[in-house]
Structure formats: structure tokens, C-alpha cells
Design a protein around this ligand. Structure first.
Ligand code: ADP
Length: 676
């Protein structure tokens, strides 16, 4: 039994193929995880890295509490089941199953026989124990290879397309058996397949991949109901979701949707309440998606949903027994191929009779419409909206944002007038806000630089190095003071989404678990640094950039002994690195690391003014009331630094900056690989 953590995992094959790109996931004990995606998307590579059969180019793989990047496959306590069974042909089933246990030498022959017998009974292959693999069918061989995995009682089962050599009927049967096995064994399973039916029926959570990049990680139901992008929407579900170019225009409580050869439907605005208003002006072309079962032909449904009803002509009828598919033409004169955006496929009752060429009236389920940005292909009905676009009227330093009043900070010196505020949903503070106590693994990270300094001094490190400590980087956040009613609370794992009632609009705000599900009112403050302001088309004020980056390099210096000290050079200044960081750099970039350009990234909270360090000049100070930041010039880069109590900083000053090594990120610039 074990949990797994994959942190910034990359695989670059020799020759430069980036097969896996920044894979991040926490897998809990006893989960059944399925990696799914088209051939070549990096599923097997990821699985093989977990197994230890493939080296991890960069990133950290943890099984339980242990980092296993450099642990031999046989010591990872993992069992793998392959598509081609990988049985030894000259051994009997019994010998095949016992083989790995015999290699271990710490298990008695009696126990081996007992484990083999138990596994064989569980898999109903007792009668084949003395046969050789060639005397077994494909299904039976796959059972033996499952048995060989079970006898080892591994912490994690890895299965790579185990059913793809079997015929359809046997596949369906083995699917249920593997699910049953997972329940009985109470162990973590990771299963690779290109078959979405296997993924949907077996996984507790599914990872959809494309070209080495994770597209979405979610439960089967959520993937189906809330695909995060068009790729996921089209990959999951048969027949494929229907897609159309469409425009949206909000008029009062409705949104008029125009699509497919100038067909008009009206959808209640509530269905698109989480959609950015910018898509609602009738000009921007978006992609509308609707699944074939969410288009209805039943007269009662069509009558009840007259505002989303359209007419179309049946072009093809596919009777599949349990269901019937109608391929309808929305432009009978033109192209009605799958790619034309003029074809609507719907699933109907197989016992109803339809004629080719018949014109039918169908209605779209307004609550099941999906919308995607045409360029990015990302959903524009996100479950958790990133941002709120709000109208605001400013008078005398106060802003009436959708009718609710807030005092503006110095950093937003707006003259009286009308504006549009873009307020991200994570830009709110609440009265109940409690800072989560940060947990630090003292062994792994450095909470104080004193021991480092001693070590480096005693080893005669010649380059001036800067201390990097955690204790100096704490911040306090403000509490809210504007009372706002809460209309709804939705739960998403560790976060909550509040729908707040401003006077003239609903506003979405992300909160943590300290807020109760039945909360009726909150005290709110806005995190102004995340807000950007427009007036008409013109950007008046940008949000503060929270992602600083500077050029970096790993450096080494010979010590008095026959060893090296390693440092991280940031914008010309060398910093200490602790063992943890050094190890990561080596794992990632190997010996080439010293010739490798790095990007060092950090937030304004992970950097502070210090007597020595990266040299910078303060361009200006921005004051958000509860927080102030210095905008600093470092070479040709501008970075933002939190001004803490006791810091004396003003525009034009030359300063030195120190970084918090526990919080910085490192990217290998050329290959675009995140090391930390
Ligand atoms: P999947 O399992 O999703 O079909 P893979 O993980 O097998 O995909 O492959 C991902 C990508 O890596 C593909 O582009 C594949 O061609 C490439 N690849 C896989 N193995 C190697 C290898 N040993 N050397 C070079 N490229 C490889």
C-alpha cells in the first residue's frame, strides 16, 4: 500500500524527444489511476519511469515518503503487468509465478507455494499451474501475469495496456475482474490504456494526456461533464461530442447563441454565469460543444425547451441495437462531414422509426452546453472561474464595484470616472482567513543559514556567498472589512468557490476550508495587487507581476579538500545551495549543469533586501495599503520585492537582494525543463 507523488517529472529521450513534460500529480493510497490518451502521448514512458525502467530526466518521484528516482526497480516494491504478458516460455505457470519470490531468497519455499496457490485460486487458474504458457489462451496468459504480480504483494501495481491483445469480449470480462482485484487487494493501481472505455469504467481518477502534456486529471464523471478543454471533450465519449462555431450575445436574462448556418437559440444566462463577459458581445467566435445524448428529439423535451430548439435533416441513420444514432445535416446543400461544423449527431431511442431525409425538430439541453475558446481551446465555462470582469465607478479614491463600495489603495490612483476592473477570483481576503501554518521539513530545507555558513567557511569557500534563510520571509495578510452576502458555496477539494452578491452582479471568489458551507455573509477585502483596470479599450493599471525571474548558473569551487562546493549564481551573485537543491540540480542536468543556463524564478515574497546580494536599483514603490512593493531593476529585468517592516526603500536607491532558497524555482532554460 502506498501513495505516490510525481513532481515536475520530465522525460527527454536522446535525440531530444520530450516525451513527458512537467507531470505533476499526487496519487493517494488505494486509488485506481488510469493514464489515457492517443498513441505516443507519453503514458507508457510515465509508467516506466514510475517502475524504474526508464530514467527520470528531471523531477522527483516519491513512493510513500521516499524519493525513489535512484532506487533500483526491484527495490521499489512495485509490480508491473505488460501487454505481451512477458512470461518465461520454458517455465510452467507455477514456476513463472514463483520466480520473482525465489529470487528474493528471504521467503521459504512453503510460503512461496502458499502465495502461488492463493493467487491462482483468486484468478481461477489453479488447473493450469503445471502447464507451460504456450498451452494457454491469451486471456489465461494475462491472468498468469497478473498472478505473478499479486504473489509479490507489491505496494503499487502498474499495468501497461494489459488487455489490448485480447478480443473484445474477453477484454470486457477482464476489465471487471481487474476492478474486482483492485477492490480485494486494497492497493494502488496505475493503469495505462488508449481505450477511453477502459479508462472510464475502471479509474477512480483519470489522467488525460496529449503530446507529453497532462490535459486534465479528474474523476470519470467530472471528465465527462466538465472537460477542461476541447481535446478532453472530444477524446472522452462516443460518439465524439458535436462542435460548432458560435457567437454569444447577452440580452437580459438570456444569451442568444448563433451557430450552424445562422441558427439562433436562447440559453438562460444562468447557464453561462461563469463565462467571461467578453465572449458575450456577439462578435467573438467560440466553439460550442454538445454531446449526442444531450440533444433531444422527444416532443415533450422539445416543447419544454422551445428556446433551444432547431430543425435539421437526417443524413445517415446508424442502428446499433442498444441505441440509434442520427447524423443530421444542418446545411443540406453544403458539406456535412464530421469536420464541417454542419453535422449534428444525436442518440435516440432505438425503437423509434426515422427516415433518411426526414426533417426533425430537436432541442439542446441548455445545462449541458460546453463552450471553448476558439484559439486556446480551453473551456470558457470553468468550474472555478479565474477572473471577474466588473464595472466600477470611481469618485474621490473610492470605487463602487458593481455597486459595492471599496476604498482604493495608493497603488491605484484612478481619477473619477467609469472603469472596468478585472478581479481574479483568488484576489479576495475574508474575515475568517487564517494563514495555514507552513510546514517545513527541516532536514530537507534550510530554515536558518547559520549551519551552512559554518560549513562553507570551514571548507574555505572563496566566492562571497549570500545567506538564504526562511525565517525572514514571513508575511501577514489582512482581514476583510466590507460586508457582502454569499449566494452559494461550491466545494472543490481543498478550496471553496463562493458566489458573492455585489449590488449589481454576482462575483466569484475562491476561499479555503475555513469558510463554512452554509455561510450567509462574509467580510471581504480585495487583494488589489492582483487587480487590473481598463477604461474602454485602454489598460489603465496592470496587476503586479508576481513571477519574477532572473538568469542563473550553477557554479562550483574547489575547496581545500579534494571536494567541490557548489553555489547558485543569480544575476552575477553567488548564493549557497543546500544539499537538497544540489541533489536536484544534479539529478536534472547531470554533469552538464555548470554549462547550463538557468532561469531562477521567485515571487516578491521570496526575496528581501539585505546588506549583500543581487545588485538592483529601485525604480518605484507601489503601495497597496496593507502591503508595499519595490519595483527593482536588475540588468534588463524588472522584479518586484515585498517591502517589510524595517526596510527603508525609496525610488532611485541602490539596493542588494537576497533570495529564499526554499521557495525559488529553477528552470533549465534551453530545454524548458523545470528542475525545482
Ligand atoms: P504512449 O505510451 O502514450 O503511446 P510513449 O510513452 O510510448 O507513448 O511515447 C511517448 C513519446 O516518446 C513518443 O513520441 C515516442 O515516439 C517517444 N519514445 C518512446 N520511447 C522512446 C525511446 N526509447 N527513444 C526515443 N523516443 C522514444
Amino acid at each position: 500500500m502506498a501513495s505516490l507523488k510525481l513532481k515536475h517529472i520530465y522525460k527527454v529521450y536522446e535525440g531530444g524527444v520530450k516525451a513527458v513534460n512537467d507531470f505533476n500529480m499526487d496519487i493517494e493510497d488505494k486509488e485506481f489511476i488510469v493514464f489515457v490518451g492517443p498513441s505516443g502521448c507519453g503514458k507508457s514512458t510515465t509508467l516506466r519511469m514510475i517502475a524504474g525502467l526508464e530514467e527520470i530526466t528531471a523531477g522527483e518521484l516519491m513512493i510513500g515518503d521516499e524519493v525513489v528516482n535512484d532506487v533500483e526497480p526491484k527495490d521499489r516494491n512495485i509490480a508491473m503487468v505488460f501487454q505481451n504478458y512477458a512470461l518465461y516460455p520454458h517455465m510452467t505457470v507455477r514456476e513463472n509465478m514463483a520466480f520473482a519470490l525465489r529470487m528474493r531468497k528471504d521467503i521459504s519455499e512453503e510460503e512461496i507455494q502458499q502465495r502461488v496457490q492463493e493467487a491462482a485460486e483468486r484468478l481461477e487458474i489453479v488447473q493450469f499451474l503445471d502447464r507451460k504458457p504456450r498451452a494457454l489462451s491469451g486471456g489465461q496468459r494475462q491472468r498468469v501475469s497478473l498472478g505473478r504480480a499479486i504473489v509479490r504483494s507489491p505496494k503499487v501495481f502498474l499495468l501497461d495496456e494489459p488487455l489490448s491483445n485480447l478480443d473484445a469480449k474477453l477484454r470486457a470480462q477482464m476489465r471487471t475482474e481487474i476492478s474486482k482485484l483492485h477492490k480485494q487487494l486494497q492497493t494502488t493501481f496505475i493503469y495505462v490504456t488508449h481505450d477511453q472505455v477502459e479508462a472510464m469504467t475502471m479509474g477512480t481518477r483519470i489522467v488525460v494526456m496529449k503530446l507529453g502534456v497532462v490535459q486534465q486529471i479528474d474523476t470519470p464523471t467530472n471528465l465527462y461533464d466538465y472537460p477542461g478543454n476541447k481535446f478532453v471533450a472530444s477524446f472522452i465519449g462516443t460518439p465524439q461530442m458535436n462542435f460548432f462555431d458560435a457567437t454569444l450575445k447577452q440580452t437580459g436574462d438570456n444569451v442568444e447563441v448563433v451557430f450552424a448556418n445562422d441558427r439562433h437559440i436562447n440559453v438562460p444566462a444562468e447557464s453561462f454565469v461563469k463565462t467571461d463577459r467578453k465572449y458575450m458581445n456577439g462578435d467573438i467566435v467560440v466553439t460550442l460543444g454538445i454531446r449526442s445524448e444531450d440533444v433531444h428529439v422527444e416532443p415533450e423535451f422539445v416543447e419544454a425547451h422551445a428556446s433551444t430548439a432547431i430543425e435539421c435533416q437526417i443524413g445517415i441513420i446508424e442502428a446499433l441495437g442498444s441505441e440509434q444514432l442520427l447524423y443530421c445535416e444542418l446545411d443540406p446543400e453544403g458539406d456535412n462531414s464530421a469536420e464541417s461544423g454542419m453535422r449534428l449527431v444525436l442518440k435516440v431511442d432505438p425503437r423509434e422509426h426515422y427516415e433518411l431525409g426526414q426533417t426533425i425538430k430537436v432541442a439542446l439541453d441548455p445545462n449541458r452546453i460546453h463552450l471553448f475558446d476558439k484559439d486556446t481551446e480551453m473551456t470558457i465555462i470553468p468550474r472555478v472561474p479565474k477572473s471577474n470582469i466588473l464595472k466600477a465607478k470611481v469618485t474621490g479614491g473610492k470605487a463602487l464595484i458593481e455597486g459595492t463600495e471599496f476604498k482604493l489603495p495608493e497603488a491605484l490612483p484612478l481619477t473619477d470616472g467609469e472603469y472596468v476592473f478585472d478581479v481574479p477570483s483568488d484576489a479576495f481576503f475574508f474575515d475568517t482567513y487564517e494563514e495555514e501554518a507552513e510546514k517545513f521539513d527541516e532536514e530537507k530545507y534550510q530554515t536558518s543559514y547559520a549551519p551552512l555558513e559554518d560549513k562553507f567557511k570551514s571548507q574555505g569557500f572563496k566566492t562571497p556567498v549570500m545567506p538564504l534563510a526562511h525565517e525572514d520571509f514571513k508575511v501577514e495578510l489582512p482581514k476583510g472589512d466590507t460586508k457582502v452576502a454569499v449566494e452559494a458555496v461550491e466545494n472543490f477539494g481543498k478550496t471553496k468557490l463562493l458566489r458573492l452578491k455585489f449590488k449589481t452582479a454576482s462575483v466569484f471568489a475562491v476561499a479555503n476550508q475555513t469558510i463554512a458551507d452554509n455561510v450567509k455573509e462574509v467580510n471581504l477585502a480585495i487583494d488589489w495587487k492582483k487587480v487590473s483596470v481598463r477604461q474602454g479599450e485602454e489598460a489603465v493599471c496592470e496587476a503586479l507581476n508576481l513571477f519574477n525571474d532572473l538568469p542563473g548558473l550553477m557554479v562550483k569551487e574547489k575547496t581545500t579538500k579534494k571536494t567541490f562546493n557548489f553555489g547558485l549564481e543569480v544575476a552575477g551573485q553567488v548564493f549557497y545551495t543546500n544539499d537538497y537543491i544540489q541533489e536536484k540540480l544534479f539529478n536534472a542536468a547531470g554533469r552538464k549543469v555548470f554549462a547550463t543556463e538557468l532561469e531562477v524564478d521567485f515571487t516578491p515574497y521570496g526575496v528581501k533586501f539585505a546588506p549583500e546580494g543581487v545588485k538592483a536599483t529601485v525604480n518605484k514603490v507601489v503601495d497597496y495599503g496593507y502591503e508595499k512593493f519595490a519595483v527593482c531593476q536588475v540588468g534588463d529585468k524588472e522584479i518586484n520585492v515585498l517591502i517589510r517592516t524595517g526596510d527603508v526603500v525609496s525610488a532611485g536607491m541602490d539596493v542588494c537582494l537576497s533570495l529564499d532558497i526554499n521557495k525559488l524555482g529553477l528552470v533549465e532554460a534551453e530545454r524548458g525543463i523545470r528542475i525545482i
